[in-house]
Design a protein around this ligand. Structure first.
Ligand code: GFB
Length: 328
C-alpha cells in the first residue's frame, strides 16, 4: 500500500543494520552499499542488544534515521526445540529494546524482520498474511514464533499510538552466504551442505537426514530477502506485515537429493525419525509483495550452488585462520 510515507528515500540517510554480522544483516549491508547512505553497525563487543540502557545510549549517540532490525537469536528445528528460553527471552528483549529506543530517538523508519514460523501449524496453504493468530503454532518453534509475533505487534502498536513508521516482513526459510553451519543449531540447507560435503571427503556411503523427509519447505536465497527488505523499506508503509517467499517449494527428501547433487555426493540417504519433522508445510502466499512490485530472482538450483561455494570459502578461511594461528 502506498501512502504519504512512501516512497521513502534512503539517500543521505544514516541506516543502522542491527545484526549486521548475521546472514540477513550482512546481505542487507552488501545491498545498502549501492544506496547513497551511511551504514551504521555495532557488534556484540560494542553493545549487547539485550541491555536496554546500552541500546538506548548507543542510539541516542548515533541517531540513525532508519533501522533494519535483523538482530535475533535464530536457529533450526533442533535449536528452537531445545533452547526455548533463549529463543523467547533474547528475541523479545532485543526487539523491545530496539523498537522502543527507535521511538525515543525519532527514528523515521524501522523494518522488523520476522519469520514464516509465526503462522499456525495447520494454516491453509499457501499462507497469507491474515492467517496470523488463527490457530495453534507448530510446537517445535512456538517460543521463537511468539517472540516474532510480539515484534509485529510492537510495530503495529507504535504506529497506532505514536504514528511511528515501523513495518514488518516475514521471509520463509532463508539460506545463502554467511549461514550458520553448526550442525546442532543450523537450519536444514547449511546442515545438509556440510553433511554431504564431509561425507564426500570421507568417502562415507550414507548421510543422515533428520525426520521422515516428507515435510515441505519454501526456501528463499538471502540476497533475494535483502532486496525485498530494502524494497519494502522504500515502498511500503502500513501496519500489516508482508510475506517474502520465492515459490521454490520442495520436500526435505527432494532437497537432500538436490544438495547431494550440488555437492557431488554419490551415496545414499538414511532418514532418522528420532528427530522431529516440524511443520508439515510452510508455503507463503506472496500476492501482497508481488502487487507491491517485488519478486524473487534466485531459484533453488542456482541458490544451492552459490550457498555451497560460500561454504567452501568459509571452510578455506577457517582452515587458513587455524593454520596461521597455530604458528603464532
Ligand atoms: O530448517 P529447519 O531446521 O527448520 O528444518 P524448520 C527443516 C526440516 O528439515 C525439518 C529437516 O523437517 C527437519 O527435521 N532436517 C533434515 C534437518 N535434516 C536436517 C538437519 O540435518 N538439520 C536440520 N536443521 N534440519 C525453523 C524454525 O523450522 O524454520 C525456526 O525452527 C525458523 O523458528 C526457521 O522459523 C525458518 O523449517 O522446521
Amino acid at each position: 500500500m502506498v501512502n504519504e510515507n512512501t516512497p521513502y528515500s534512503l539517500s543521505g540517510k544514516r541506516i543502522w543494520v542491527a545484526g549486521h554480522r548475521g546472514m540477513v544483516g550482512s546481505a542487507i549491508c552488501r545491498q545498502l552499499e549501492q544506496e547513497n547512505c551511511e551504514i551504521l553497525t555495532a557488534g556484540r563487543e560494542i553493545i549487547d542488544l539485550r541491555d536496554q540502557q546500552a541500546v538506548s545510549k548507543w542510539m541516542t549517540a548515533q541517531k540513525p534515521d532508519a533501522v533494519f532490525l535483523a538482530a535475533a537469536t535464530v536457529g533450526g528445528i533442533y535449536a528452537n526445540d531445545t533452547r526455548p528460553a533463549e529463543f523467547l527471552y533474547d528475541n523479545l528483549v532485543i526487539e523491545t529494546n530496539i523498537i522502543h529506543a527507535a521511538k525515543l530517538n525519532d527514528v523515521e523508519k524501522l523494518m522488523f524482520l520476522g519469520s514464516a514460523c509465526i503462522y499456525p501449524r495447520e494454516a491453509k496453504q499457501p499462507m497469507a498474511e491474515d492467517a496470523l493468530l488463527t490457530s495453534p503454532l507448530e510446537p517445535t518453534n512456538e517460543w521463537y514464533a511468539i517472540a516474532k509475533i510480539a515484534g509485529i505487534k510492537m510495530c503495529q502498536a507504535y504506529r497506532r499510538q505514536y504514528g511511528c513508521d515501523y513495518i514488518s516482513a516475514m521471509p520463509n526459510n532463508l539460506y545463502g552466504p554467511g549461514d550458520n553451519f553448526d550442525l546442532k543449531s543450523s537450519h536444514v540447507v547449511p546442515a545438509l551442505i556440510r553433511k554431504f560435503h564431509e561425507a564426500k571427503l570421507k568417502g562415507s556411503p550414507t548421510v543422515e537426514i533428520w525426520g521422515t523427509g516428507n515435510p515441505v519447505r519454501e526456501f528463499v536465497f538471502v540476497d533475494d530477502c535483502a532486496s525485498a527488505l530494502i524494497y519494502l523499506m522504500k515502498n511500503y508503509s502500513d501496519e500489516d506485515h508482508v510475506n517474502i517467499g520465492s515459490g521454490a517449494e520442495i520436500s526435505i527428501g527432494g532437497l537432500a537429493n538436490a544438495v547431494s547433487k550440488t555437492v557431488g555426493f554419490s551415496g545414499s540417504l538414511i532418514f532418522n525419525t528420532d528427530f522431529p519433522d516440524g511443520a508439515p508445510r510452510k508455503l507463503l502466499d506472496c500476492t501482497k509483495i508481488t502487487h507491491l512490485g517485488w519478486k524473487a530472482e534466485i531459484g533453488l538450483k542456482q541458490g544451492l550452488e552459490l550457498a555451497y561455494q560460500s561454504f567452501i570459502e568459509t571452510v578455506k578461511t577457517s582452515h587458513s585462520r587455524a593454520s596461521s594461528s597455530s604458528y603464532c
